[in-house]
Design a protein around this ligand. Structure first.
Ligand code: UDX
Length: 460
């Protein structure tokens, strides 16, 4: 099928490339001509494992092309996937202005029937508004606009595998034709009749995904409800880790034990510096605002947000407890991306952490395997290291902020030799307390006892 994808960001680019990989003819567009220019030069404006190869392959075989002209993309597609950003407004509502602008352009430029698919994460009832805009701005045309919601469940770092081997495909439609078109688009994924081109272990071949057809409102709500529940799990683990620390328990063993109950599940119970990224934080806010606008009490999610908000502050207090005085200290930060295997720093805990440390007069030097370009744009004054060893050189403390596997493989003896004080605070429980202690480090982590730590006596 002829498909157009509007928005060439983390979601749009993966969606366009993977739909081309499924055999469709895809034209991907973005209003940022620089981004399109980078793509037309065979490069990617983002880091996403496996994406570069399937973009190159499908550009070469003609299944995938790029354009900065939205009109051309609209004219060229029978099905149009809207993958534009919906960032949070100051009050937490989702900013839907890009959706509105694109919908008006689609209505104005369309000369034939279109299926317009909401891939961007939007509050429930956005699809209804989208239909109204298409009808109003397409008034007088003898064409028909169908609208569907098809939320993405892509995780950055495994997005290609998540697209081609999803555990579920959710479609929200209000007519059968739209459902048939979407089923045709996703048929290869439903049949799982292809080898995943990404070999990073995130492509469990063979299990056909669940195909869930529902209304547009319900599909939109599934997305917000899913991400918000993931956020609750993370905040729950972080809350329990704070108590585990006081009691000398090990939060990883505790949450492993909890997760053994199949009704609960083990995933998303890793304590640390909290959830960041361009999805969980904003989706949680938008979901709460949607509920509050409709007079429904979502204070449970407000609490999950509050717990998350204080993770960085708690980590700085942990550092202060070890260093006593922060002002004038030199501190290395390992990891800037909001999670490993991405270069995305949006809503990353590292940003808030660096701001708090610099506010206290700390000399921060930071390193990340992939996010250095993006952090330089966001924090141009930040002192950046070329590698982890340089970030640790002469440091009074070293903070692990993103769980990059590269940091596990460091020569920690060499790190120890370079540091002014061998103090490591591991914000992602990436390393072993016993191993770090045996290497002579003062090592602190999240919700786990220090190596050899005496079990605190019960409070009197
Ligand atoms: C998330 C959802 O997982 C995905 O389904 C949705 O489509 C988009 O949003 P993503 O934001 O890419 O994906 O990353 P995810 O792996 O969910 O991690 C989000 C944040 O939570 C990261 O900052 C990560 O460090 C943190 N996290 C995750 C934890 O702190 N603990 C965990 O156990 C898991």
């Amino acid at each position: 099928m002829r498909i157009s994808v509007i928005g060439a960001g983390y979601v749009g680019l993966v969606t366009g490339a993977c739909l081309a990989e499924l055999g469709h003819t895809v034209l991907c567009t973005d209003n940022d001509a620089t981004k399109i220019g980078i793509l037309e030069c065979g490069k990617l404006p983002i880091f996403e494992p496996g994406l570069e190869s399937i973009v190159a392959k499908n550009r070469k075989n003609g299944h995938l092309s790029f354009s900065a002209e939205l009109a051309k993309a609209v004219a060229g597609g029978d099905v149009i996937f809207i993958c534009v950003g919906t960032p949070p407004l100051p009050n937490g509502d989702a900013d839907l202005s890009s959706i509105d602008r694109v919908a008006q352009m689609i209505a104005a430029e369309s000369e034939s029937d279109k299926l317009v698919v909401e891939k961007s994460t939007v509050p429930a009832q956005t699809g209804q508004q989208l239909k109204r805009v298409l009808e109003i701005y397409g008034r007088g045309k003898t064409i028909r606009f169908r609208v569907a919601s098809n939320p993405e469940f892509l995780r950055e770092g495994t997005a290609v595998g998540d697209f081609l081997h999803p555990d579920r495909i959710v479609v929200g439609v209000d007519d059968e034709t739209a459902e048939k078109q979407l089923r045709k688009i996703y048929r290869p994924v439903l049949e799982q009749g292809f080898d995943c081109p990404v070999h990073n272990g995130s492509c469990p071949r063979g299990n056909p995904p669940a195909w869930l057809v529902t209304t547009i409102n319900s599909a939109e709500l599934i997305k917000h409800a899913s991400n918000s529940f993931l956020a609750i799990k993370i905040s729950y683990a972080n809350m329990v880790s704070d108590l585990a620390e006081k009691l000398g328990a090990n939060v990883e063993e505790v949450m492993h034990g909890v997760g053994l109950d199949p009704r609960i599940g083990a995933h998303f119970f890793k304590p640390g510096l909290g959830f960041g990224g361009f999805c969980l934080p904003k989706d949680l806010q938008a979901f709460v605002r949607l509920a509050e606008r409709h007079g429904v009490d979502f204070s449970m999610l407000r609490e999950a947000e509050r717990i998350n908000h204080h993770r960085v502050e708690g980590f700085v207090e942990k550092l202060r407890h070890s260093l006593w005085v922060l002002k004038g200290k030199k501190i290395g930060v390992l990891g800037l991306a909001f999670k490993a295997n991405t270069d995305d720093i949006r809503f990353a805990p590292s940003i808030e952490l660096i701001k708090q440390l610099q506010h206290e007069g700390v000399d921060v030097i930071a390193y990340d395997p992939q996010a250095m370009e993006k952090i330089h744009v966001r924090l141009p004054e930040l002192n950046c290291a070329l590698n982890a060893y340089e970030a640790a050189q002469g440091a009074d403390a070293l903070l692990i902020v993103t769980e990059w596997p590269e940091f596990q493989r460091l020569d920690w003896k060499r790190v120890h030799q370079g540091m002014a004080r061998p103090l490591v605070l591991d914000g992602r429980n990436l390393l072993s307390a016993e191993e770090m202690s045996a290497l002579g480090f003062e090592y602190e982590s999240i919700g786990r006892p220090r190596a050899g730590q005496a079990i605190p006596t019960a409070l009197a």
